[in-house]
Structures are given as structure tokens and as C-alpha cells.
Design a protein around this ligand. Structure first.
Ligand code: SAH
Length: 430
């Protein structure tokens, strides 16, 4: 997944803009400005709950075209005190092409300068001249050791692009039942990507795609029997990953033989690093360490609210699901996000300092954030019937819940310091 998506020589995200009608998929911020505006309101509300910290840093992971941040910045403008507290914007972005799109949207013609010693690119936002920085991964994000900044962190459709491992629990003792196995009876095997040249007879075999939907190989690409391809296969013996990764948490130990799991160590690591940016225990200056946490993390993505994802690796091309093995580097790859794993990762070190809320369904979250009123306002401001209809369609697309629609499929979770009331959108009031 990592190589297919962000390898500098030909990863999917590296050289292209995959968004919108002419691309492969459309995301919520690209559907309507309302999405980013409400994320902006959520951040503003958190900032107010935290007694308006003087220095705010906005951080976004995987910003795509930069639309979400642009809407956040624009919607914060009328709130002058908040707007002038925003001292820095940071983007964590692996793709130079998308970095260029983000720079153009947020900074216009202001120069983009590289500081290669720090692995940072820098420019100034067009609107208010605040410094905007780009880093390629979480390691290059400032630590906030002096607790100077309240870091508000957004990750929209970022975690689903991180590489996962897949494992299956198998019986090592043939007499073991599918009940709770003892360590001796069961062990994990890793699914590996295998290089294969399918023979015509294999065309009958099936490739498992998300939600257990099966695409028969015979219904797929004509070239499958001639071109080399890839497939998933269960390793016949243990691998280093299968020995170590499922042992990282007891939730995997408890599963019966035959269980499959997907585990994303990158997501674990990144959530922990994000959380360290909002808690006083990680501030090294004594003053800051004795203070309260500030900032917050908002994560929006798809995945089960409380179970471990299985079998969710998918390819997405031209707005359709495709086999993840058919066009390596040319189609998007994604998996379901394990929200409970993110929660566990945040709580493991910082449980005394933070609270995790959600995940709640996107439709519910947007409603409690006031999307209804905002949509009415926007529709009323349109001069044509067509314009009003566009607002209505975008609204419906974001909140609808039927048949795998975005309002239900996408979920919103937040991680905030625990010295404050419930956040808005998660049961709290503004
Ligand atoms: N948040 C945007 C884009 C989502 S697509 C939106 O909703 O419209 C995923 C984004 O994450 C892209 O910007 C992609 O370049 C970036 N990305 C993917 N994997 C990454 C990684 N490992 N490190 C940093 N950025 C990554």
C-alpha cells in the first residue's frame, strides 16, 4: 500500500490529483464548502471552551487539494479574536503535486520556499499572511514541548490510506476447536501479496472485496489470464509481523481460531504522536507541564465504529471499486479505519490527560453542528433555482444515511484534553 500510494517514483498520490468528477473519487470537502465550515466551527468552539488560547496552530494530515483548510480559514475570519490567534498552519503531505495544489489555493502567488535541513516547505497564506508549513510525515511536525501552541489537528480521509497488515488466526494443534484457543493451540499467519500469472482455470476463482462482495474473476478484466498479476495468499508459516503485531494488544488474543484482522501500525503511531501535541504531560517546560491540555483532534473517515476491520482492502478507480491488485500505482487503495484502535492508541499513554468521543455518524455530526441552518442560508443566497438545487444535493449527499451513503458510512471521532466539557457535535453545547 505504501509503495503503491506514495512511492516517490510512481505512487498514486505523487504525480496526480485524483479528486472530483474527472478523477477517481470525490471527498466531502470537495462536495460542499459547508463541510469545511463546520469543521472550522468545531475548532472555534473547542478554542472557546479552552479559554481562547493566545496561539493557535492548525494542522491537517493528508489535505488533498487544501479545500478543507481553505474553508476552515475562511469561515474563521468573522471571528476576529480567533482569527488573529491563528499563528501557523501545518500540512502533513507526502505528495509534491498535491502540496503544489494546496499552496496555490491557500497562498496564491506567495513564494513556496524549501528549508531542506528541516524537511520543511514554507509560504504565507494569502488571506492574512500567516506562515504555512508543509512536512512530509509526522516525524517532522513540531513537538510543542514548551506548550506554546494550542494544536487543532484535522485528519479527513487520511487514515484509510495508511498501509495495513492482514492476519488470520489458525489452529496449530489440529484438535483445537474454534473456541477460545490457548497460546499453544493457535497462532497468527500473515496474508502476503503474491506475484502470480493466473492460468485460465483460475479465472473461476474469486477475489474478495469489501463487505464480502465477490467479484468473479470471469467478470473482470479480459487481460487477467495473460498479464502477470498479484493476489493475496496466507503465509504457510509464521512471519516476523505475524509473531509481533497481533501481540500488541489483548483484543486480538481473545479472538477464536479462523478470525481475520487488519492492523495498521502507522495509524497507531500517528494517533499517538497527534495526541502528544495536545497534552501537558508531553510538554517539557515545567510551566507548561503543570498547565492544562489544549487543542484537539478531529478524525473523519470510514470504518466500523467498534469492531476490528477485516478484508476491507479495496481499489478505487473512476469512482468504482476495483481489485486492489489490478492497477498498482494507478488506482487509489484504501481500507476501513479501525476507530477503536485509534482510541486505544490515544489512551494508552495519555489516558490521564484526554477524552475520546465518538465515532459518531457523519450525518448526525453535521446535523448537530448546524448543517441544516447553513444549507438553508446558502440556498437562500442563490439567485437561481439551479443554484438552490446544487446546495440541496450537496447537503443530501453529505448527510444521507441509506444504502451505504456518506452520512452513515463516514464517522467522526475526536480526541480532546479531559479538563473541559463535552465537545460540540458529541453531545456538548456551544
Ligand atoms: N483530506 C483530503 C484528501 C484525502 S486523500 C480530502 O478529503 O479531500 C489522502 C491524502 O493523504 C492525500 O493528500 C495524500 O497525498 C495524503 N497521503 C496519503 N498517504 C500519506 C502518507 N503516508 N503521508 C502523508 N500524506 C499521505
Amino acid at each position: 500500500m505504501r509503495e503503491c500510494l506514495i512511492n516517490p517514483a510512481g505512487g498514486y498520490y505523487i504525480n496526480k490529483d485524483p479528486f472530483g468528477k474527472s478523477g477517481d473519487f470525490t471527498t466531502s470537502p470537495e462536495i460542499s464548502q459547508m463541510f469545511g465550515e463546520l469543521v472550522g466551527i468545531w475548532i472555534l468552539a473547542e478554542w472557546m471552551q479552552q479559554n481562547k488560547p493566545a496561539s493557535v496552530r492548525l494542522i491537517e494530515f493528508g489535505p488533498g487539494r487544501g479545500t478543507l483548510m481553505s474553508d476552515v480559514l475562511r469561515s474563521s475570519k468573522p471571528f476576529r479574536q480567533f482569527n488573529s490567534a491563528i499563528k501557523e498552519v501545518y500540512f502533513v503531505e507526502a505528495s509534491p503535486t498535491l502540496r503544489a495544489s494546496q499552496h496555490k489555493l491557500i497562498c496564491g502567488t506567495n513564494e513556496l520556499v524549501e528549508d531542506s535541513t528541516k524537511g520543511v516547505f514554507q509560504s504565507k497564506a494569502l488571506a492574512n499572511g500567516i506562515p504555512v508549513f508543509w512536512v512530509e510525515d509526522v516525524k517532522s511536525l513540531p513537538e510543542n514541548a514548551d506548550g506554546e501552541f494550542a494544536n487543532y489537528i484535522i485528519a479527513h480521509e487520511f487514515f484509510d490510506a495508511l498501509p495495513i497488515y492482514q492476519f488470520e488466526k489458525v489452529a496449530t494443534d489440529p484438535s483445537a476447536t474454534s473456541k477460545l484457543p490457548s497460546e499453544r493451540d493457535a497462532s497468527w499467519r500473515e496474508f502476503l501479496v503474491d506475484y502470480c500469472v493466473p492460468k485460465p482455470s483460475e479465472l473461476q476463482s474469486s477475489i474478495l472485496l469489501p463487505n464480502q462482495s465477490i467479484i468473479k474473476a470471469s467478470e473482470k478484466s479480459e487481460s487477467l489470464d495473460t498479464k502477470p498479476s498479484f493476489q493475496l495468499g496466507l503465509a504457510p508459516n509464521w512471519t516476523i509481523a505475524s509473531r509481533i503485531i497481533p501481540k500488541t494488544h489483548e483484543r486480538y488474543d481473545k479472538l477464536p481460531i479462523g478470525s481475520k484482522v487488519e492492523i495498521c501500525p502507522d495509524a497507531w503511531e500517528i494517533t499517538e504522536k497527534m495526541t502528544s501535541r495536545i497534552v501537558p504531560s508531553s510538554f517539557s517546560s515545567p510551566d507548561a507541564a503543570s498547565g492544562k491540555g489544549k487543542g484537539g483532534i478531529l478524525i473523519v473517515d470510514y470504518g466500523p465504529a467498534d469492531t476490528i476491520p477485516i478484508n476491507s482492502l479495496r481499489g478505487i478507480k473512476d469512482h468504482k471499486l476495483v481489485s486492489p491488485f489490478e492497477h498498482p500505482g494507478e488506482c487509489d487503495l484504501s481500507t476501513d479505519v479501525d476507530f477503536q484502535a485509534l482510541k486505544i492508541a490515544a489512551l494508552q499513554h495519555y489516558g490521564n490527560d484526554i477524552e475520546v468521543y465518538g465515532p459518531v455518524e457523519q450525518g448526525d455530526w453535521l446535523h448537530t453542528m448546524g448543517i441544516g441552518a447553513r444549507a438553508t442560508m446558502l440556498a437562500n443566497a442563490q439567485s437561481t433555482e439551479e443554484g438552490k438545487k446544487r446546495v440541496e444535493q450537496a447537503y443530501n449527499r453529505l448527510v444521507e444515511r441509506g444504502g451505504g451513503a456518506m452520512g452513515k458510512l463516514y464517522k467522526v471521532m475526536c480526541i480532546v484534553p479531559n479538563n473541559q466539557p463535552k465537545p460540540v457535535g458529541f453531545g456538548g453545547d456551544l
